[in-house]
Design a protein. Structure first.
Length: 271
């Protein structure tokens, strides 16, 4: 995988240059290179109520020390329950990162699903958006997961069984912004890679604004009155760029066997 990843990254800029002609066919792409992301010019006016395409937030979508620091600064203070819950989580990233022996991240140590909203708060790698008459489908490269956002006017369920990726409904605000509300999220998941917790009361709002033909902005608001003293913004107008429609995305599926190997590696480092 590492060898193919390097090869794809090296060749991606050249492929993007000719993809607009419809001639290039990209296989196993890891996403836009940093130069390609930064060099993308402003696009034509955005189509009306249309988010269709393959979108990539570049390195800002994947996270890292800078992004984790920004999210830590933006995060609302914990309630007494939140302060208690966060002590249970021992992440490998962020300001509360533990030693390798302490890490209990359910994604990296157990192979559990990333869950939502963590998937968009840290591992937002390329995502393909597909629209049907009554749904918006989010097809994520990371984990090869998919979400359904219902746009048929239905209300969110009143007392939903918890799910890894919750229940989502969307509505259009004007002609350029899709507003998505998500509830019913499994308490085992984290809000981000820093181990920020949430309760069953968590409600997430995403706003996808199509700025122009090639630019999409994402804002994410976390609202959990049981864990945080007020709503807070985990993504603030994060920019995503439109990838060529001929792009084939690479497969990134964390597995239980990989999690087991990771735990064995941790054990070997602490003896």
């Amino acid at each position: 995988m590492a060898k193919s990843l390097v090869a794809c990254a090296m060749g991606l800029v050249a492929l993007l240059a000719c993809a607009s002609s419809g001639a290039a066919q990209t296989w196993n792409s890891p996403g836009l290179s940093t130069p390609a992301f930064k060099a993308m010019p402003p696009g034509a006016p955005a189509p009306r109520r249309d988010l269709t395409g393959i979108w990539d937030a570049g390195t800002a979508g994947i996270g890292g020390a800078a992004q984790e620091g920004e999210r830590e600064a933006a995060r609302a203070p914990f309630t007494p329950l939140g302060a208690q819950l966060v002590q249970r989580n021992k992440p490998g990233n962020g300001p509360r990162a533990g030693t390798v022996a302490e890490i209990n991240d359910p994604l990296s140590t157990l192979g559990d699903p990333t869950g939502f909203p963590r998937l968009v708060n840290f591992e937002l790698r390329p995502v393909q958006i597909v629209q049907t008459p009554n749904q918006v489908l989010m097809l994520y490269m990371f984990e090869k997961r998919w979400r359904v956002i219902w746009t048929d006017g239905r209300a969110l369920p009143k007392d939903p069984d918890p799910r890894w990726y919750g229940y989502s409904v969307g509505r259009w605000e004007g002609d350029d912004t899709l507003v998505v509300e998500t509830i019913g999220l499994d308490e085992r998941t984290w809000v981000d890679n820093s181990g920020d917790p949430h309760s069953s009361a968590l409600r997430v709002e995403e706003r996808y604004r199509r700025v122009d033909q090639t630019t999409l902005e994402l804002t994410v608001v976390i609202d959990d009155p049981q864990v945080y003293t007020k709503p807070w913004m985990s993504r603030n107008r994060l920019q995503l760029r439109l990838m060529p429609p001929t792009t084939d995305l690479m497969e990134m599926i964390p597995s239980a066997s990989e999690a087991q190997a990771y735990r064995q590696f941790i054990s070997s480092q602490t003896k």
